[in-house]
Write a protein that binds this ligand. Structure first.
Ligand code: C2E
Ligand code: MG
Ligand code: MG
Ligand code: MG
Length: 275
């Protein structure tokens, strides 16, 4: 009957809402305890030159030490609960610490890119914090890159101030997940962006003619603005070959390597991938 059916649907609806609220609370508590007990780790994924197979840099990607819960799920919760501010600072510190260790060991290294959330624009002392850490660890800013997504640019004033401060420090800025969001050509000339990361949804649909056309145009667009181009989510040799044809500069994806622990970073820097 309609009535019982309606009641069941309602029960189902509230149940799934409760489940998702419960899941959120669960992740929130894991986030809090991981901050308190320092139970995060950072993995690094190489960005490889499309034509030489050499690794030119890495992206730092956050993980829990003890839970198989991934950033696509926990970062939005950290943002909502304000925890992205301490977490964001922790990631910066950890990467700087790692860079300074490699430097002390006399190792040849590459730049490391750190992801920033739009919510970190609310972290007032963030630029000072970065400046102090740069001094403390004596890191050259050429080893640091910052990845932002287009949604940070919606807060035009805040973003301009933040990005210009980073640029003044000599830190390179990448536009992440490009082509998915609020893309506007305006942004490319207005903000000090040096690199563009083509979102992996394009590469994953690379057999689709329209997706190939978009990739081609986005790469041409980036080049017109003197931006370097990284393709994300590259998993097959066929995709590598296509990106060579489109004159993309760098590739990041499982085809070369998944995100790895710090020891593997050094192995990757020493080798050259076949392209
Ligand atoms: P993102 O910045 O676009 O990072 C790239 C994501 O694509 C990473 O997921 C990476 O593991 C994944 N990936 C790379 N190559 C491939 C591939 O060939 N195939 C597939 N299927 N995936 C690939 P991850 O590490 O799960 O991170 C997801 C997102 O979470 C990141 O997307 C970034 O937006 C955010 N995130 C990660 N770490 C941090 C952080 O420290 N701070 C902030 N604010 N956000 C972070
Ligand atoms: Mg990124
Ligand atoms: Mg991305
Ligand atoms: Mg993303």
């Amino acid at each position: 009957e309609a009535k019982t059916n309606g009641k069941n649907q309602w029960a189902y609806f509230t149940e799934s809402l409760l489940e998702s609220a419960e899941r959120k609370n669960y992740i929130h508590s894991i986030l809090r305890s991981s901050i308190t007990n320092n139970e995060f780790k950072i993995l690094y994924q190489p960005q490889v030159d499309v034509f030489t197979g050499e690794t030119v840099g890495f992206e730092a990607l956050l993980r829990f030490k003890n839970h198989n819960i991934f950033p696509d799920e926990f970062i939005p919760i950290a943002e909502e609960k304000g925890l992205i501010i301490p977490i964001g600072r922790m990631v910066i510190k950890e990467v700087f610490h790692q860079l300074s260790q490699w430097k002390d060991q006399g190792l040849e290294i590459t730049p490391i890119a750190i992801n920033f959330s739009v919510k970190q624009l609310n972290d007032e002392g963030l630029i000072n914090y970065i400046e102090e850490l740069l001094k403390e660890y004596t890191i050259e800013t050429k080893y640091i890159e910052v990845e932002i997504t287009e949604n940070i640019l919606i807060d035009s004033e805040g973003a301009t101030k933040f990005l210009n401060s980073l640029k003044a420090l000599g830190i390179k800025i990448s536009l992440d997940d490009f082509g998915t969001g609020y893309s506007s050509l305006n942004y490319l000339s207005k903000f000090p962006v040096a690199k563009m990361k083509l979102d992996r949804s394009f590469i994953q649909q690379y057999l689709n003619v329209s997706s190939q056309k978009i990739m081609k145009q986005l790469i041409l667009l980036a080049k017109a603005y003197d931006l370097e181009v990284v393709a994300e989510g590259v998993e097959t040799l066929e995709q590598v070959k296509l990106l060579q044809k489109l004159n993309c500069d760098y590739i990041q994806g499982y085809y070369f390597s998944k995100p790895v622990d710090t020891e593997i970073v050094l192995e990757i820097i020493r080798k050259k991938y076949d392209v």
